[in-house]
Structures are given as structure tokens and as C-alpha cells.
Design a protein around this ligand. Sequence first.
Ligand code: ZN
Length: 510
Amino acid sequence: MKKKFYVTTAIDYVNALPHLGTAYEKIGADVLARFKRMMGYDVFFLMGVDEHSQNVARQAEKHNLPPKEYCDDMAAKFENVWHSLDIQYDRFIRTTDSDHIIAVQELFQRIYDNGDIYKGAYTGWYCVSCEHFIPEKELVDGKCPVHKKEPQWLEEQNYFFRLSKYQQVLIDHIEKNPRFIEPEIRRNEILNVLKGGLEDISVSRSTETWGIPVPFDNSSVVYVWFDALINYITGAGFASDNQRFSLQWPADVHVIGKDITRFHAVIWPAMLLAAGVAIPKQVFGHGFVYLGGEKMSKTAGTALDPVSLAEIYGPDPLRYFLMREIPFDRDGDFLMEKYETRYNADLANDWGNLVQRVLSMVKKYRDGLVPAGMLDSSHDIVAEWKLLHDDLIKSIESLYDEMKFSVVLTKIWQMIQLSNRLVEVQAPWSLYKKDNASRELDNTLYALLEMIRVANILLYPVLPTICKKIQHQLNIDTDFAIEEAAQLGILKAGHSLGEIEPVFPKTKDK
Ligand SMILES: [Zn+2]
């Protein structure tokens, strides 16, 4: 049986369309999911939207729509954004989906039955934008430190979750399984939070109606965060498909932004433990994409729209830029100038030109047929390329497991640069004219074709559309398995190449 791999991303509030930072997360998860499929895993990739938010209800009101209708419209728009970035998820979950409502009520009931949800009164400062209470000591000049808005003084009869009970269990778990939270900086933050002690949290709202009713008390709805986190088990079949759930859960990784690590690495595992459900294997809190050093913000007008960026060169170059330029565990900067440079230097020049030149030479000098040659290691450049190849094949899965997409791309580019050097050093156009150089020309072209075939497989998670085009030009039928990139010498002599077309037009069609 195939090994399973279950990856999720944060589900986003539907009250504003995703900006580039949101897209960065989804692209990272998509790259990982594609890679795991190429490794032969049975991958399930879950994405979705978080609809039971008061901000969503308010936006709906502004648009004069019932919340569900507003969400239907926004959810469709979100999916369009993800499709335009070539993100290939297996399910797009909405927290208004019927199986999710069942899952939330089931988990809430189980925790209640186990004694870790109880009724109590809560008073405190509540930020409507954060959608949670803010401890008095965290207010700045009486305002929410994130939204710079005055919170409301709220008093509610609520259900509480006994989070405090899980402090030591979670500390022990993280210390025994350090990879539970990545990267390390996030792990240390969470350990500090845990060591500072946990307070019970309110997990219902009696003053609101837009939400999932508490199963045994219809006068309250489940708190939006409590509801949202449960989407990860809904997606695996919890409470609706037990057989699938037993195969798919726990998640292999929750890919989320660093700002919500606390919810995912403290509250979420505690909820699961309280219900007797296994906890996820890993929570990965990625960094932020800044715009010229500033945090992107819709309200400040500094949020970049990923769809219009993808329209400039297509989705693949945008995916490449984000994965190459901004290491997933850190913050990074988006600059149009850098984007153009990466496009021209890396994609159009290093990679696109290599493919076009080599394929054209095979057409011209060998009638478009793969010559009977070999990857001759007695040639220094070929030998060096093989070393890089073997090293990358050996380390690629652990690099992906650590979300080191940028490192993988850098290594692939070292290989591509060696291929370009081989073209320059061997100068096939001279070999073609030289006497007795036919064998050397065959070996050179063969080595270059193999190098292109291998790089094209390795680049597939990041450049899916481009790689499919190049695959057609090589006229090979591949399902982009890493296994095929590991093996060398797969191209057969006499194999006929397809039509050659440039895949990275130099001129921008804006
Ligand atoms: Zn706030």
C-alpha cells in the first residue's frame, strides 16, 4: 500500500481576497504536495475558507446579503485565485460544509463529555477584528496591539475549554518531539508561552448567531477559532467517514503563518487530546512576505494581488520567485525589480535558453533524434554534474520535509549552470564542423538532453505548466516521478523530439 501524506494550509477568512502573503503559503504547500506525489505518496492536500467569523457577517451585511450567500460568492472567488496560481488541492473545505458542522459538534460534545468543557462567566476586553479576548496587560494605550482599535468590554456566559490542564502534556510532547513545531524559532516561542502557563479559554459565544450551534445548547455558537481548527479533521473524514479518518489522520503537516502558531501548536493539540484524538505530526509556521520591507496590508493599500502578478509572466515564474527568493522558514521581501531579474536571468536565460539551444542543436545536427551517446564521466563537467545530481537525489526528500524549497532550487540551478557550461566548453556547433568529432558530439548532446530531462522533473513541483511544455518538446511521457530523475540514461537513441518552442518569452506581454 502507498504511504499517505496529508498536508493542510490555514483556512482564510473570506471577508477579503487573498494577498501575495496568503498565496505564498498555498504555493509552498502545493510545491510540497506535488513533490510528495512524485515520491509515490498517496497525498491529500486540504485547503479552504473560514466562514463563521463576525467580520464575515459584517461584510455580508454591508453587501446586503445573508452571510451564507456572501460566503458562497467569496469562496468561489478564492478558488479562482488558487486555480490561477496552479494550486492543486484535493479538497477545498468551507466551514459551512455539512460534514464540518457534524465534525465540530462531535468534537465539542466529546470534550464536554470528557469534562474539559464547562460553563462559566467571562468578562474581558474583546477585539472584534482579532475575534478573541485580549489580556489587559497586552493592550497598548487601551487598544488592541494588532488592530490599534479599542476593544469592547464583554461579559458573557460561555463554555470554557480546560486548556490549563494541557500545559505540561504539551511541553513534554514538544520536548520529546522537537519537530512537532518548525522552524526552531517558533518552537521556542511556543515553549515560552507554555512555560508561562495557560488559562482556560472561552469556546462559545452567546451573543452571536452566525456560527455552528453548540450541540447541547442552541443558544450559543461555537467560537470561530475552535470551529476553524477542526476543519483539519473534517477534511480527513472525522465523524463522517471513520475508515478514511483512521487512514488519513494525523496530518503530516499543518502549513500556517507564524502569527497563528499558538492556535495550532497549543490550543489545537490540546483540543484533540481532550477528545482522545491523535495530534498532528507537525505544525510549520512560515514567515511573511513583505513589500519593500513593509508588512502587506489591505487597509494601507500595500497588499499585492497575486493574480495580477501571475498575469505578467504566468503563474510558474511567480511560484519560482517566491520559493527561490524567500526561504520558507523566514520573512522575505517582494520587489518587482528582483522579480524581473529572476525571471530574465534564471528562467528565461539559464533554463529557457538551455532547453531551446540544446533541442535546436539536436534538430539541426541529428535530425531531431536522440543520438547514441552517454553521460561520459571522463568529462569534468559531466562528472561534477553527476556528483550534484547524486547528492540532490539523496537529500531531496529531507530538504522538502524541512520545507527548504529555496535550497532545492539553488541546487538545481547549480546543475543547470553546469549544463550551460558544458554547452560553452564543448561548443557543439564546432564539433559538428570538425572531422572525427561525431562521437563527441553525440555524447555532448546526449548528456545535455539527459541533464534537461532530469532538471525538468526536479523543477516540476515549482514550474508545473512550464515543465509539461518542455516534456512535450522532449516528446516523453512522464508522470514526473522522482524515481525517473534518479535514474540516468533513460533517453533512448533514435527517440524523436517534439516541436520546439520557447517557453519563457523574453519580452513581457503585460
Ligand atoms: Zn485586534
